[in-house]
Each structure stands twice: as structure tokens, then as C-alpha cells.
Write a protein that binds this ligand. Structure first.
Ligand code: GTP
Ligand code: MG
Length: 417
């Protein structure tokens, strides 16, 4: 059965992985300092913002998600996040929490590399000043590649012999080796398509194997680079340097600590804050805007008021937001995640009993290229499906693809065909 997508947060110690994770989950459960390195992988639920189908069908009023929320067509869909233990150079040789880290990583579908762009921590996460964080992007990627390559090379002799003896295809042989990383045959197929190699597998030299592993890493672990701590005064020059080296689509600027702070203040009733946006209102702002009750918000002391002003100037107005919500959106884009809405009734979009008016209660995230049948198995398990209907009652077949706006509202009719 297809798994739910999982996004892994990786990076050196103290880059801000746990803070990013917490900023995306629940600000009240864990706020403040994280004195200890995360030793065990920590799973948490974050919320991916998507455009809900309710908007398209004009039923936003009735939209009532079972999980997450939907406000006027902006829907927050739960997505699983994994906080991986801090990685240091040499991890593939077992340095730091090396192999432990790498083993956790296999479960991830996409990675968010949280980089401390302030340059105030060295490659092992120790406090310093003026460190060049562009190095982290290079070595972290190379640790992953060398880990996969090392595992492959260890057995290459016997892999080759078996490949020839049983007359496997290159896809079959590699998938045997890569399945442990959560790879599928189509991942391997796309990897090889990228390279269009002419040489048969048994004749690959080390350089070719390295190219294969690199291409496989790109396919299996699409990575968003979160340049974190942009609130720090040293961040600017480092951001400028990295922006020249990397694909701009892979970069998001973040201040995780600011998001944690804003969500905490909102929860405590000091401000009104739309998560992931640049909009922050204080009691005074709302009074000035003509609401004498100040939205019922608590008054701020001078220190807190100054901190909020400072945060607006240093982060929100300069960058448009704290960036953390965009991190998930970008990861979802890299994965090509498609939100699909299973409903019971394809005319009212309700799911519960006939009398229930709530619409679009469920939403599942599936990967680019998924079919109606894939969604059926994910939602219904092994229950036999007689037929499937799309919005308005059109019949769709199990082999049809799903995409945003296409076969993304589905009703599975149980029974024998
Ligand atoms: N200025 C600033 N500091 C941040 C930001 N995000 C995190 N920090 C601080 O950086 C330090 C490390 O943050 P963590 O989130 O614990 O880092 P981590 O990557 O989980 O570290 P390990 O678990 O040790 O691998 C903490 O003191 C945070 O308060 C940010 O956006 N801006
Ligand atoms: Mg941590």
C-alpha cells in the first residue's frame, strides 16, 4: 500500500532542525531552547497549505476537514515530518551519529536541509563567527552520496556476477540494492533515463557508478535548502553567496525562531497572526484600525512590543514571511504531491451519513504520477472496488492519472465489479 509522504529535516547540529520542526507543528507543545541534540528521530505532524477543492466547487462554507483546517479555500493538510539527528562531516564513516542518521534518512521522500546561514556555527555545530555555510550544502550532499556509494561498492563484485548470471536488467539489479532506501523500480528507471548510459552494468567503472549514485540521490531525495537564521545580521552576505551557487527554486529563506515566537504569542492572546504570512496585528494596531476592543487581544509591555517591531523589520517586511510554511510547500512541489479528496457523494462532496452537510472531510497527498487505482488502495486498502466516480458522477477508470483539477475528487464504490 502506498505510504504517506514523509519529509526529513537534515543538517548539522544546531542548524535549527528542531526549531523548524516545532515552528511547523504545535508552538505550545515545545517552545524555547533545545539544550540537547536530537538523538532519536522525532516524528511530528506539520501542516502543508494547499488550495482546497471546496474553492473550485464553491462550497467553502461547508468545508470541514477531519484533520487540519480550511479557511476560505486555504487548507492545511497534515504531513509527516522527521527530525533527523544532526549530521557532521564524515558521517558516512560513522562519525558523530553518522550511520544512525543515515539509516533514519531512508524513510524520507524529500529532504529539507536546514542550513545555519548566520555563519555562527562551524561544520560540527560549535559556536563560531564568520563560518561559510555554503560549505555545508556541499558536504552534506556528499555524505549522502558516499554513504549510498559505500554500501554499493562493498558488494559490487558479487552484484556484478549475479547480474550476469541471472541476466537481470540494470533496473532490476539496482532496485535490489536500492529498495532499502525506499526506492521503487520507477525511481531507478528515472535515474538511468537521466544518464542514458551505453555501457552494460558489469562494465561500469567507478566514475560511472558514482554518476549513477548521484543521479539516484537526486531522484530519491529531492532537497529543499532552508537558509535559516535570516534574522541574524551576518546572514545577508551568506545568502547572497549561496543564491549564486544553487538553483533558486531549491532555496527558501527562513527564521524558524521567529515563527515559533509568533505562534506562541498568538496562542497566548497577545497578537493576531496568520501562520506563514507577513500579517501581525497587536491590540494597538486593531484599535487604530477602528476596533475599540482591540480584537480582545492582551496589551503588550514595551519589551515585547519592541521585539515584535524588530521582528517585523528584520524578517517579515524584508522577506515577506518567516519562510517556514514555504519550506513545506516547496518540498511538496519537488515531490509533485497532489491533494486528492475522497468523498462519498460526488454531488454534495459529503462523506458521512446522508444527512451530513459537511464537505471534503478527507484529503490525501499522493505523489506525482499516481493513478486512481493507487489512491483507491491508499484510501480503501484491499477492499474490492466495483467502480470509481469523479466529481459530478463521471466514471473514472483505475488506470487514469490524478493531478490537481483532474480526478482529484473521487468516490470509491465498494463491491465486486
Ligand atoms: N537567530 C536564530 N536562531 C535560531 C533560529 N532557529 C534556531 N535557532 C537557534 O539555534 C540553536 C539550535 O537550534 P535547534 O533547533 O536545536 O538545532 P538542531 O538543528 O535541532 O540541533 P541538533 O538537534 O543539535 O542537531 C538554538 O539555540 C535555537 O534557538 C533562527 O531562525 N534564528
Ligand atoms: Mg534538534
Amino acid at each position: 500500500m502506498p505510504r504517506d509522504p514523509l519529509i526529513g529535516l537534515v543538517g548539522k547540529p544546531s542548524s535549527g532542525k528542531s526549531t523548524t520542526l516545532n515552528s511547523l507543528t504545535d508552538a505550545t507543545s515545545k517552545v524555547g531552547n533545545f539544550p540537547f541534540t536530537t538523538i532519536d528521530p522525532q516524528r511530528a505532524i506539520g501542516y502543508l497549505q494547499i488550495t482546497c477543492a471546496c474553492k473550485r466547487f464553491g462550497v467553502s462554507e461547508r468545508c470541514k476537514p477531519n484533520y487540519g483546517s480550511c479557511v476560505d479555500g486555504r487548507r492545511s493538510v497534515p504531513i509527516e515530518l522527521l527530525d533527523v539527528a544532526g549530521l557532521v562531516p564524515g558521517a558516512h564513516l560513522g562519525k558523530g551519529l553518522g550511520n544512525r542518521f543515515l539509516d533514519d534518512l531512508r524513510h524520507a521522500d524529500a529532504l529539507v536541509h536546514v542550513v545555519d546561514v548566520s555563519g555562527t556555527t562551524d561544520s560540527e555545530g560549535k559556536a563560531t563567527r564568520g563560518y561559510d555555510p555554503s560549505q555545508d550544502i556541499v558536504w552534506l550532499r556528499s555524505e549522502i552520496v558516499r554513504w549510498i556509494q559505500g554500501n554499493l561498492m562493498e558488494k559490487w563484485g558479487s552484484i556484478k556476477r549475479r547480474h550476469v548470471a541471472v541476466k537481470s536488467t540494470a533496473v532490476e539489479t539496482l532496485q535490489n540494492q536500492f529498495s532499502g532506501y525506499g526506492s521503487t523500480s520507477s525511481t531507478v528507471q528515472r535515474t538511468l533515463d537521466r544518464l542514458s548510459l551505453k555501457t552494460p552494468l558489469q562494465d561500469w567503472d567507478d566514475a560511472t557508478i558514482e554518476r549513477v549514485v548521484n543521479a539516484f540521490t537526486d531522484e530519491k531525495f529531492p532537497t529543499v535548502i532552508a537558509l535559516n537564521k535570516i534574522d541574524h545580521p551576518d546572514a545577508d552576505k551568506n545568502v547572497a553567496k549561496i543564491a549564486k551557487m544553487q538553483d533558486p527554486n531549491s532555496i527558501v529563506l527562513t527564521s524558524a525562531i521567529s515563527e515559533v515566537f509568533l505562534r506562541k504569542l498568538a496562542k497566548q492572546g497577545f497578537i493576531r497572526y496568520t501562520e506563514g504570512s507577513e500579517f501581525v496585528d497587536t491590540r494597538d494596531d486593531l484599535i487604530a484600525a477602528g476596533d475599540p476592543s482591540g480584537g480582545g487581544l492582551k496589551p503588550l509591555d514595551e519589551k515585547l512590543a519592541n521585539r515584535i517591531e524588530n521582528l517585523k523589520d528584520m524578517v517579515l517586511y524584508r522577506f515577506g514571511s518567516t519562510g517556514v510554511v514555504q519550506v513545506l510547500s516547496r518540498a511538496a512541489e519537488l515531490l509533485g504531491l497532489v491533494p486528492v479528496f475522497p468523498v462519498r457523494n460526488v454531488n454534495t462532496f459529503s462523506s458521512g451519513s446522508a444527512s451530513s452537510t459537511a464537505a471534503f472531510r478527507d484529503c490525501v497527498l499522493v505523489k506525482r504520477g499516481s493513478t486512481v487505482g493507487d489512491v483507491a488502495r491508499k484510501v480503501m486498502g484491499d477492499v474490492p472496488i466495483a467502480y470509481v466516480e469523479g466529481a459530478g458522477g463521471v466514471r473514472v477508470s483505475e488506470g487514469d492519472g490524478v493531478a490537481v483539477g483532474k480526478n482529484d475528487v473521487l468516490s470509491f464504490k465498494v463491491g465486486r465489479a
